[in-house]
Ligand binder design. Sequence first.
Ligand SMILES: Nc1ncnc2c1ncn2[C@@H]1O[C@H](COP(=O)(O)OP(=O)(O)O)[C@@H](O)[C@H]1O
Ligand SMILES: CC(=O)N[C@@H](CCC(=O)OP(=O)(O)O)C(=O)O
Length: 301
Amino acid sequence: MTQHSRLHGLTPADTANILVEALPYVKGFAGKTIVVKLGGNAIDAEVDKALAQDVLLLRQVGVRCIVVHGGGPQIDETLQAFNIERKFVDGLRVTDADTLQAVRMTLVGKVNRDLVAKFNVEAADNPVAVGVSGEDGGLLVARQVKSELGFVGEVEQVRASVLTRLLDEGLVPVVSTVGADRSGQPYNINADAAACAIAAAVGAEKIVYLTAAPGLLEDPSDPDSLIPRLLASEAEDMIASGKIGDGMIPKLTACISAVLEGVPRAHILDGRIAHSLLIEMLTDEGIGTMIVKGGSHADAG
Ligand SMILES: Nc1ncnc2c1ncn2[C@@H]1O[C@H](COP(=O)(O)OP(=O)(O)O)[C@@H](O)[C@H]1O
Ligand SMILES: CC(=O)N[C@@H](CCC(=O)OP(=O)(O)O)C(=O)O
């Protein structure tokens, strides 16, 4: 049985057990910050609810959680509705002025709102999730990547205090990754890269990418070819080998940057599995793929 199938089909009792079992493990993260990036392909009503429960449990034991979300497929739907052509180069969406408006409308106006609403339903009478766009409080200062991509930005600066002030108040920031340059021009920033920049800027203990794959696969067509642990240098070699396809390139690149910029561990987990965040944190062997900066694989555990 694969790791993936073994974890499917959790009953409410399983969920309760996971939450209880997780407590002693996650207490070790009290006072520390973790960044969780939810990919657009992993967004789904049932797993969003489980993610909200996980994040709220972590918050309750003092873990400072920042959620960063994507929304690639959701942007595609908006573009289709407006008859705007969709084009990607190296995993990045070519973003003209009309596409930029569709991106902003979808990420900030829809995906972010829906997630905040779901988190706050789970939080019941203590609704702690707060939506933040990269434009709010000047959180993500962006600059153009290259003119051929149009309004695609990279992060020039993260104003981390926008997030740390919210965390200090016990709130859970839910970030959409539209930033702006100093003239106020908005930019579409890849959510994997933005999450990495945020994790480095806030000094996160961990960054966790929740996506629609079991983790990093040696062979993208074989779900049993999961690579459990990887050094940043090995991840660089994998990208250079050309084995990594589509959306996984920005994700793996972001994991490498995060660990090189001081985040101790980066994880790629299956966001389609309910509670994968807590399951990773409560098992010694972990699930998905963990990327660390260096040393030996034995150190990486
Ligand atoms: N080596 C690989 N291992 C795992 N997934 C891969 C690999 N190469 C390509 N992929 C594809 O990349 C996808 C993740 O990219 P994407 O869908 O853009 O993620 P997200 O929406 O989470 O940002 C996976 O679902 C998978 O189809
Ligand atoms: C520049 C760029 O490509 N931006 C992404 C932003 C959303 C994103 O990254 O969403 P996922 O995490 O679901 O892939 C886009 O337009 O699709």
